[in-house]
Design a protein around this ligand. Sequence first.
Ligand SMILES: Cc1cc2nc3c(=O)[nH]c(=O)nc-3n(C[C@H](O)[C@H](O)[C@H](O)COP(=O)(O)O)c2cc1C
Length: 351
Amino acid sequence: MALKKKEIQTVSRKREHIDISLKHDVQFKKKTTGFEDVELEYLALPELDFKEIDTSTKFLGFNFSFPLFASSITGGHADVKKINEEIAKACSNAGIGMALGSIRAMLEDKKVADSYKVRKFLPKGFLAGNLGVSQLKDYSAQQIGKALDELQADALFIHLNAAQEALQKDGTPNFKNCIKQLYDFCEAFEKPVILKEVGNGISGTTAEMLKDVEFEALDVAGAGGTSWTAIDSLRGNKEIAETFWDFGTPTAVSLIQARMVFDSTPIIASGGIRSGLDVAKAITLGADLAGTAMPVLHAQHKGGVKGIEELFSKMQKEFRIGMFLTGAKKPEELKGRKYYLFGKTAEWVEQ
Ligand SMILES: Cc1cc2nc3c(=O)[nH]c(=O)nc-3n(C[C@H](O)[C@H](O)[C@H](O)COP(=O)(O)O)c2cc1C
């Protein structure tokens, strides 16, 4: 059976996203994550033996060797199957979790489901599916649940991506009634739902708007790392690519604001997480887990499974040193450690 126009668009968009991400520098240009404005208090006498530091943590009941996972990247095209498999293998070897890219392509065309099937490469780790909030009106909780069962995934990320959809030449920027749709979906869906942005951030006001929705965790996916307004405008809105390149709420600001709204809901910090020290800063500011996407894609492209493992190993080492220098024996002990906030990030939070 021939693919419909909508299905062809979804599949080729996934391929184009990977190509642009690998060929162009699509990181934010002027805006940063704000983590450079966060200084952890250094303890010259941490009263710890480096050997006794335990970086492991639990998130939604799943074990992580340190608080990091590979954020949603891809799926839905035969060419990207290898990328997903290699990320899954590296995550399994590193003892961390993984999120798949949007499963929209698989919901539209079952034949591409194979490109998402990585459970056998990540037998014990946390594995999550992903879907856009705009697609909730097209599929029932049962249909999406069935797809997740087929992938043996543990949870579902739903991306809230108004900025990306608005800049996408084939986007669906209709965000009317989304809160109600999210509310109904979370009530009906059996697996944990994690809400996320895609790199433009969840502001304090957006977090407030989500207060009645019964999701399990929130990933702020803030500005300062990969710019999706840049990637999608490069695909088809080149004349305005620069205008929204740096749009959104920086990750550190998003995280602080979301934590003010949700005092006990698990929060993930992602968007521009590039080192284990960023992870340590994120946990200190109140995150439970951190995520990274673009560095994983580049590491896979350059060095396959080994390349990704080297990235994770370096980040874990940096995280461990960050814990040592702030006197934290376990990741939870980072929370509540003293930190200083400077510059634009401090101003943003104060306002
Ligand atoms: C090639 C690529 C594809 C992505 N596809 C998705 C996706 O399907 N769904 C989603 O929620 N986020 C997607 N993202 C966004 C990431 O999950 C992440 O939120 C964003 O890139 C910011 O993190 P980073 O700065 O570490 O890259 C994608 C990222 C990349 C690099």
